[in-house]
Design a protein around this ligand. Structure first.
Ligand code: MN
Length: 240
């Protein structure tokens, strides 16, 4: 039995092959897991739990079926789906986690995060993040109609793409000082995150203590997962 971790699927109706792989994953390997952790950006966009698009209803049903089969599912917000709320959690049966969230797994202290909070070199992005994670801003957003919110999300996505295209890769990666500060603060052995779409295992030392940073990949071309059992964590590709 293993605990499974995924992130950055960026599910959207326009990319049906990702959704199909995710549904097969939920009905297949996830059924044998001890637990499933989704570390953000499950969806490309989320304008509110009241979005009536049937595509999302299908994903919610599949999550509900996994939870009802006895597998606990945990979800942490990403920078795309940070508007997922308590109605979504109630409908699917998943447990919402704060970012970061510390767990203990097979004797290791493992800190889970989406990862965007550690991208501190992107100052402009951190300002947007602070605004959009503010509960008052979110409440204001949710008062708008679904159509207005979808239009806003589309515009935000275009701005974000234009913004990213102008930045160097380094600026959009995690900042090593922010990573080390986070590891120190939580005293973790392993930091596990997504967001950057750069799947890798990075061993290094913090204050002479050996630690690892494990980065999940996105699901654009194939799936990406960390499978963690008594033998430790393994970063794996899931062929389509
Ligand atoms: Mn992200």
């Amino acid at each position: 039995m293993a605990t499974l971790f995924i992130s950055d699927l960026h599910l959207e109706p326009g990319r049906p092959e990702i959704g199909e792989q995710f549904l097969a994953f939920l009905a297949g390997p996830a059924r044998d897991a001890d637990a499933l952790y989704i570390l953000g950006d499950l969806f490309e966009a989320w304008v509110g739990d009241d979005d009536p698009n049937p595509y999302y209803a299908g994903m919610k049903t599949a999550l509900r079926e996994l939870v009802d089969s006895g597998i606990p599912v945990f979800f942490m917000h990403g920078n795309r789906d940070f508007m997922i709320g308590s109605d979504f959690a109630a409908e699917t049966g998943i447990t919402l986690l704060e970012d970061p969230h510390l767990i203990e797994l097979h004797g290791e202290r493992v800190l889970l995060s989406h990862g965007d909070a550690m991208c501190t070199d992107d100052v402009e992005y951190q300002q947007v993040r602070a605004m959009t994670r503010n509960p008052e801003w979110q409440a204001m957003m949710l008062q708008k109609s679904i159509e207005e919110r979808i239009a806003f999300a589309l515009q935000a996505r275009e701005q974000s793409a234009a913004h990213s295209a102008m930045k160097s890769d380094d600026i959009m990666d995690v900042n090593q000082d922010a990573v080390e500060a986070t590891i120190r603060e939580y005293g973790c052995d392993i930091l596990l995150h997504g967001h950057t779409h750069r799947p890798a295992v990075h061993p290094f030392h913090v204050d002479e203590i050996p630690v690892h940073r494990i980065v999940l990949g996105d699901w654009y071309e194939q799936g990406s997962m960390v499978e963690w059992d008594a033998d430790g964590p393994r970063l794996e590709e899931l062929p389509r």
